[in-house]
Write a protein that binds this ligand. Structure first.
Ligand code: HEC
Ligand code: HEC
Ligand code: HEC
Ligand code: HEC
Ligand code: HEC
Length: 292
């Protein structure tokens, strides 16, 4: 019986086995990289929107606050996308003939909402809540980046599990006073940029996050409560709404508080962890927090 295969084809067969093995490994590695790549997470991608809405123009240019449009971000799990009438507050008078606003006017006339493409979208099996993050001192920009500089919205971060865990393991470096959550330019406390904070002892002895008052300007020691503008203003200040801390902060500070000066983000972070009652990393990284 003549040999059908010679020796060299034997070597060839072995060679191709090894090659197949290598290919499978390479494929595995590629799929893994792909799973984490911006192509899959859509990180950085500018979505196609029915209207090219610019945060840069409306936030940085016109000075609109995030809450003007994302009204529920402090009280609910959803930040919310504004209804058409929010746009029409201005666009019934400004740019009334502009073609790029056709979909807005069409939506207004028909009552059908604009179908915005979602940019951030967690899978359904993940629990997420805006309210707790912003009320415990995580600013919009820590998760969404410099929205005020985005002509077209995109996701600054991957929103993958590892990204969430990175912060849950060590929240201190991302914590800021709740009065600063809308401040897009916040860079943390430092020698060059110190922050003063005071914790008020509430009567029952349990400080809550609302009892912390911070300022980026050295507090004047002798301001009297009686000199201050309405207490509603103070509330708005501590809750981080409407007011810009630049021109109003020193006036609104309650007197009689003992302020500590923070010149490093580590120290400020530790102070806020304590006063905002942030749970330890062991608890914040347990699976049930995000998968319920
Ligand atoms: C004038 C109204 C308006 C203001 C003010 C505004 N937004 Fe928006 N925002 C929108 C609209 C409309 C969308 C949906 C279209 C888009 O994604 O660009 C949106 C989308 C977003 C999204 C992405 C939503 C998604 O699909 O995942 C984020 C994040 C966001 N805004 C953050 C902010 C932050 C932070 C501020 C304040 C610095 C802000 N916005 C101020 C109107 C506004
Ligand atoms: C407070 C008033 C105000 C509100 C509210 C507002 N806009 Fe505008 N918008 C303006 C002004 C003013 C301009 C012109 C900006 C410029 O030329 O710099 C503008 C411009 C635009 C433009 C033209 C492109 C650009 O950015 O210059 C689009 C598109 C637009 N707005 C969409 C929207 C949508 C969608 C909403 C609702 C989610 C909205 N606007 C809400 C005032 C407003
Ligand atoms: C801890 C990170 C984090 C912070 C802080 C944060 N966001 Fe978000 N945001 C997210 C995630 C994650 C989603 C996607 C949620 C989903 O898919 O269910 C999202 C979604 C959104 C959306 C889309 C609509 C919605 O409610 O799902 C808007 C608008 C938005 N955020 C605005 C804001 C604004 C304004 C602030 C600051 C006041 C803010 N976010 C602070 C992580 C954050
Ligand atoms: C920049 C920091 C940061 C990032 C990023 C972040 N978180 Fe958080 N998260 C916090 C802090 C701080 C708390 C409050 C902890 C506390 O109160 O003990 C928190 C609390 C939570 C809670 C607890 C809610 C409750 O009611 O018990 C959930 C759920 C959660 N985060 C989910 C997520 C998910 C999902 C992501 C990623 C998509 C994420 N977080 C990203 C900082 C962050
Ligand atoms: C801080 C929030 C958070 C915690 C804590 C957390 N996860 Fe996740 N997990 C996520 C998010 C967000 C995703 C979605 C990631 C994506 O879309 O790619 C996810 C996805 C997953 C997936 C789907 C596969 C994948 O990687 O996309 C599994 C499985 C999972 N988590 C298991 C766990 C287990 C087990 C624990 C506890 C050790 C845990 N998670 C703790 C936020 C969290």
């Amino acid at each position: 019986m003549p040999q059908i295969f010679d020796r060299s084809s034997n070597a060839l067969a072995r060679m191709s086995l090894i090659l197949t093995g290598l290919l499978i490994i390479a494929l595995g590695l590629t799929l893994d990289a792909l799973q984490r790549s911006p192509w899959v997470t859509r990180q950085g991608e500018r979505a196609d929107q029915p209207v090219p809405f610019s945060h840069k123009h409306h936030v940085q240019g016109l000075g609109l606050q995030c809450q003007y449009c994302h009204t529920s971000v402090e009280e609910s799990s959803y930040a919310g996308i504004p209804p058409t009438h929010t746009c029409m507050n201005c666009h019934s008078q400004i740019w009334t003939d502009a073609q790029i606003l056709d979909p807005v006017r069409h939506s207004w006339e028909t009552g059908q909402s604009i179908t915005w493409t979602r940019v951030h979208d967690l899978p359904d099996f993940v629990f997420f809540n805006h309210e707790i993050h912003v009320n415990k001192g995580i600013g919009c920009s820590s998760c969404h980046g410099r929205v005020d500089e985005m002509p077209i919205m995109y996701a600054q971060n991957s929103l993958q599990m590892e990204w969430c865990l990175n912060c849950h393991r060590n929240p201190a470096k991302n914590l800021r006073p709740t009065s600063e959550i809308y401040n897009m330019a916040w860079t943390g406390a430092s020698e060059l940029h110190p922050v003063w904070c005071a914790a008020e002892t509430v009567s029952d002895g349990t400080p809550t996050s609302e009892s912390v008052t911070c300022t980026e300007k050295q507090p004047a020691p002798s301001v009297q409560m009686a000199d201050l503008s309405p207490p509603a203003g103070l509330h708005a200040q501590t809750m981080g709404t409407a007011l810009s801390s630049e021109d109003t902060a020193p006036l609104l500070l309650p007197a009689g508080l003992h302020y500590t000066k923070f010149t490093s983000q580590d120290a400020l972070g530790l102070f806020l962890i304590q006063h905002y009652k942030i749970r330890p990393p062991r608890e914040l990284t347990s699976c049930e927090v995000c998968h319920r």
